[in-house]
Design a protein around this ligand. Structure first.
Ligand SMILES: Cc1ncc(CN)c(N)n1
Length: 220
């Protein structure tokens, strides 16, 4: 079994909690409240801006040309493609430019992006790319799980289609291959640290949807 397959199995309970989360169940059947989705999409826009920066750092730190290509392409895609999706949803759900510009990152959004930035700034390249991977893989799993059971028409159909698209699966596979390669060249201590980064980022994915479902902000 590859390193990625092993850590994927280890986070199986977390993944089950993600797949069973009411945010995603309601998104699939189209009953998710517009308020919860608006909360999510505004926070996601803040998230992706930071994620793109983290990918650009991963590109700069990558020891191979394949890594430099993948992460610099990923940084571009995070800014371009997903932002196009967000702009369409902003229009659909009444998010004005002013609302988007003045939005403050929630604890979950700030926690996730700050965690990835800390991996980029103070940890190994191997840990960094292990922390980057759930953003791809978890969404690909969610997109594929939701698509066959999604209601039609569905106000969130474009979101589902984006993450169930084979091109997103192909990008996930390429990042997985880079993580497997890094793990194979690393020490047991490196692999243990990579597993921690992967697990923490997967936790943040659950927390991100959960806070959107509660429309939660800062408690104080
Ligand atoms: C929080 C989060 N994680 C992952 C993705 C998918 N790139 C996203 N758009 N937002």
């Amino acid at each position: 079994m590859s390193f990625c397959d092993t850590i994927w199995e280890e986070v199986a309970p977390l993944r089950q909690s993600i797949l069973a989360h009411p945010f995603l169940a309601e998104l699939a059947d189209g009953t998710l409240s517009p308020e919860a989705f608006r909360h999510y999409i505004v926070q996601d826009s803040l998230y992706l801006a930071e994620y793109a920066r983290v990918l650009a750092i991963a590109a700069a730190r990558a020891p191979t040309a394949a890594g430099r290509m993948e992460f610099s392409d990923g940084a571009k895609v995070a800014v371009q493609v997903e932002e196009v999706l967000h702009q369409a949803f902003f229009a659909q759900f009444g998010v004005t430019a002013d609302m988007a510009r003045t939005a403050e990152a929630t604890p979950e959004c700030l926690g996730y992006t700050s965690y990835l930035a800390s991996l980029a700034a103070t940890r190994s390249y191997e840990e960094l790319i292990a922390g980057i991977l759930p953003c791809f893989w978890v969404y690909w799993e969610v997109g594929c799980a939701i698509k066959p059971r999604a209601s039609s028409p569905n106000p969130y159909g474009a979101w589902i289609d984006t993450y169930a698209d084979p091109s997103f699966g192909a990008a996930t596979d390429r990042v997985r291959a880079l993580v497997d390669e890094a793990a194979a060249n690393g020490t047991p201590a490196t692999r243990a640290a990579m597993k921690t980064a992967f697990c923490n980022a997967t936790r943040y994915e659950w927390m991100f949807w959960d806070s959107a479902h509660r429309c939660a902000g800062w408690p104080i």
